[in-house]
Design a protein around this ligand. Structure first.
Ligand SMILES: [Fe+2]
Ligand SMILES: [Fe+2]
Length: 437
């Protein structure tokens, strides 16, 4: 039987103020593979031949900065932004309240519909309509038609809504004015200055080793990325919120499918992988909460698009997994690697500004929690407690997320090796102690 771990990747990293050290990456191992342990506790194995898992760790520049933070000796004297509590996402207002057990589906659906219906009306009634400058419209005649028709649609809805209000067909709504402290207000304005260059993300992807996938997997992947570029142009936080909403779906889908196979009595070895997938989903949920706290879900259209996309994506993934788990994992590898590129580019592009911004409380609670069992559990390439991002600014938050996404990539690669068995990091640690490794 094969157990965890991987190709030996041995590289020295010399980051800013960090001592040179060795980084090993392990993913999945076969019985013949020897296991080695690094000074920092991570496990590695020596595998013959070349492996694409190796090139990731060796060539992805971002890995250096993101991974460095967990064992680095931080210079405490350096400037960190003042920590203030800020959470201003749309859903944060009601999704984080007690009780922990939901009410019945009708109650939840009506409550949600009420909130979203009002939010939808506010979106066209109080939208700030800037003057259209025809010379600045991109995309030629098609772009002009699309800008004017969307403006016309908003004005039509606005007029129709006001008419219905006049005849008591619809209740009156007021704009949602959030009263926030001056500091938080300043923070919100600063967040709007953050940028993400789509071209730079593609350049990043071009300059790293490609993820190997057949054309019929690459096709939908490129269409998806192109859609994200167009829909979320100049709105990086909203883009990340959308991404994190759908990013949880693969793991949820894989758990469902493995569960189904267990129930039907077809397959049970995957129970351990199911645990890893749950930890991955748990990690993605915290990424989502972070984006939410930064205001990524404030716009009605983004919530509508993101939540419906996630719903359909889940069923597509189930179908994909039914036909070929390897293909499903391959697609996830592509998406996760794209996330590494996007977050990496975002952190690099906005480094100066991000370092002046405080981390949201939800990020501090997650990354600096005393209970990081689940955080370790999805990082199958290393032993528990060997990666601990330090969160002092928003830059650290985005660096940590990029690092997490890279850990997901490695796990997705391991899942495609059908001749190996994935073992969770805590189990690896135990079996290592017992001398099984
Ligand atoms: Fe994520
Ligand atoms: Fe991810």
């Amino acid at each position: 039987m094969a157990i965890c771990a991987s190709t030996k990747l041995h590289l020295s990293l010399k980051g800013k103020g960090h001592a040179a050290r060795h980084v090993y990456v392990c993913v999945a191992r076969s019985p013949e593979q020897a296991v080695e342990r690094d000074q920092d506790g991570s496990v590695s194995t020596v595998k013959e031949g070349t492996d694409k898992r190796g090139q990731y760790a060796l060539n992805n520049g971002f890995l250096t900065s993101s991974s460095d933070s967990y064992t680095s000796e931080e210079d405490d004297s350096q400037f960190f932004p003042k920590r203030i509590a800020f959470n201003y996402g749309f859903q944060a207002k009601f999704l984080r309240k007690d009780p922990t057990v939901p009410g019945n589906v009708f109650k939840l659906a009506f409550e949600n519909f009420g909130r979203e219906w009002t939010a939808l009306r506010r979106s066209y009634l109080f939208a700030k309509l800037e003057k259209i400058n025809i010379n600045k419209i991109e995309g030629g005649p098609l772009g002009i038609v699309s800008v004017y028709s969307s403006r016309g649609f908003v004005l039509f809805l606005r007029g129709f809504d006001k008419l219905l209000q006049l005849y008591d067909g619809l209740p009156k709504v007021k704009p949602d004015i959030q009263v926030v402290e001056e500091e938080v207000d300043e923070l919100q304005k600063t967040l709007k200055k953050l940028t993400l260059s789509n071209d730079a993300v593609w350049e990043r992807e071009k300059n790293r080793p490609p993820v190997e996938a057949p054309w019929w997997i690459l096709g939908p992947y490129y269409v998806l990325c192109w859609m994200l570029d167009v829909i979320f142009e100049n709105r990086p936080i909203q883009r990340f919120w959308f991404l994190e909403t759908v990013a949880r779906m693969p793991y949820f889908s894989y758990i469902s499918m493995l569960h189904l196979y267990e129930t039907l009595g077809w397959w049970r070895v995957g129970a351990e992988v199911r645990k890893v997938h749950f930890a991955e989903e748990w990690n993605e949920m915290h990424h989502l909460k972070i984006m939410e706290s930064l205001g990524g879900d404030l716009e009605w259209r983004d919530r509508f698009f993101g939540q419906h996309a996630a719903f359909f994506y889940y069923w597509i993934l189930n179908l994909m997994f039914l036909i070929s788990p390897k293909v499903a994992y391959n697609f996830s590898e592509l998406i996760e690697m794209h996330a590494v590129d996007t977050y990496g580019q975002f952190a690099d592009e906005n480094e100066k500004l991000l370092k002046t911004l405080p981390p949201p409380p939800v990020a501090v609670d997650y990354y600096e929690s005393e209970d990081l069992y689940m955080y370790d559990e999805f990082q199958t390439s290393r032993l528990p407690e060997t990666r601990r991002p330090k969160i002092n600014s928003l830059y650290d938050v985005f660096s940590a997320i990029a690092g997490d996404e890279f850990e997901h990539v490695k796990t997705m690669v391991a899942c495609q090796q059908l001749d190996t068995v994935i073992v969770s990091p805590h189990k690896t640690k135990i079996t290592g102690v017992l001398g099984v490794l």
